[in-house]
Design a protein around this ligand. Sequence first.
Ligand SMILES: *Cc1c(COP(=O)(O)O)cnc(C)c1O
Length: 433
Amino acid sequence: MKDNAILEYDRTFVWHPYASLTNPPPVRLAKSANGVEITLADGSRLIDAVASWWSVAHGHNHPKIVEAMRKQGERLSHVMFGGFTHEGAVTLAEKLAAIAPDGLNKVFLADSGSIAVEVAVKMCLQYQNAKGRKQRTKMLALKGGYHGDTACAMALSDPDGMHTLFAGMMPKHFFAEKFSAKFDIEELVMFAETLEKHRDEIAGVICEPVFQAANAMWFYSPVYLTYMKSMCAAADIPLVFDEIAAGFHRTGPLWAHRAAKVTPDIMCVGKALTGGHCTLAATIASEDVARTISEGTPSAFMHGPTFMANPIACAAANASLELFAEGDYEAKANGIEKILAERLPPLKALANVKDVRVKGAVGIVEVERMPRVDDIERVIRDNGVWLRPFCNYIYTMPPLVADARAVEKISSAIADLASAPPGDEIADGDFHE
Ligand SMILES: *Cc1c(COP(=O)(O)O)cnc(C)c1O
C-alpha cells in the first residue's frame, strides 16, 4: 500500500486510542524503529521521548529481544496454557519470582496491564471469600491513580478523572485522598479512617507506589506505603502495588516501592516487562495469598485468558529481563534524572509553567494551559522529538538507554513546547496519556 493510501485508510477505518474518527488527531506513519528513534515514512526520525507509553526500556527493536521472539515463533508460537505449559513461561515465572519483593513468587501471566490489575482484584476477592468474608467485595484505591482502561481497572482509577463518562456502569469502590510529596500525618489518618470505616467491605487496597503516572503525573512520599502495609496487615487486607508504570527502574530503583522498604501482598507489572516489544503483564502473589485462595471454594483461581503466557511474549520478556540483569539500569535512570533535574526546573520561570517534577527517568512540566495542537506538531517536527503531552502535562519518560545527547534534545523540545503560547482549551483527544 502507498503511504498516502495508508494514511487515508487510517482516517477512514481505524480507531486510535482516545481519538475521534470524524475529527481525528494527527498521526504519523511509522516505518521502522531502532534504539531511541522511530523512523517515519518521509525518512525523518523522531526521538521517542515517551518510550512508546513507557514500555521501550532498552530501546526499539533490541536485537536480543527480536532474535528471541523470532526463534520462539519458529518453534512454538502459541499453545493454550490450560492443560499445557512451556519452558518460556516457567523461566519467566522463575525470573520474576527472583526479582519480585520477598515472599512474592506465584506468577499469573496476563495479556496486558489492565488485565493484570483485574487479576489482582479477583485475587483479593477470592482471598476474602476463602476466609468466609463474602461481604468484602470492594477495593480501596487512591484518588489521582490510574490502573487501566478495562471496566474493573477504570473503576479503581481517579473517580474524577478521564473515566467519569463510564461511572454509570462501573462498580463503586472506596477512595482515599491523594498523598502529598512530603509525608503528612493528617493524610495518613484520613486513609486509616476510610480503611477502618469500611474494613468489613474492603477486599483489597491498591495503589501505584510512589509515582501516580497516567492520571496525576505525581510523586508522593514512600513513607505512606510503610504505614499502609501495616494497616492492611492488621485488617487482613491484601495490599496491591501496581508497578506497571513505575517498575523496572522508571523512578530509579527496580521497583518504586523499594523506597519504602515494604513488600506488598500482590504486585502487578507490565509495560517494560517485554522491553516494550509486545504485550505481556504479570500479577505476582505472595505464598499466603496463593495458598489461601487455593484452600477456598472453588480452590481454582478463576481467570484464564485465551492467550495467557503466549510463548513469543514470554520469550521477549525473558530476553528483556536478561538485559535488565546485565546492565545497571538504576544508574541509567539516575543519569537521565541528573540531566532532567538540571534542564527542566528553570522552566518554572515561564509564565505558562505551574510546576516541574523530576524523579528517575521521569520529567514532568505541568502547564497552566496546554499549547495548541499546531504548536505541539511544530515542536515535534522542529526538534525531532516525539512528545505526547496530555491534560496539563508535558513530560518525558524516555527509553532507559537514552544517552545524554538524546536526553538533552528531549529537554530542549520540552522547553520549546513549554514556551509556546497557551491554547484556549483542552483539545479533543488530548485527555489520555
Ligand atoms: C498503563 C498502566 C496500566 C494499564 O496497562 P495496559 O497495558 O495499558 O492495559 C495499569 N496500571 C498502570 C499504573 C499503568 O501505567
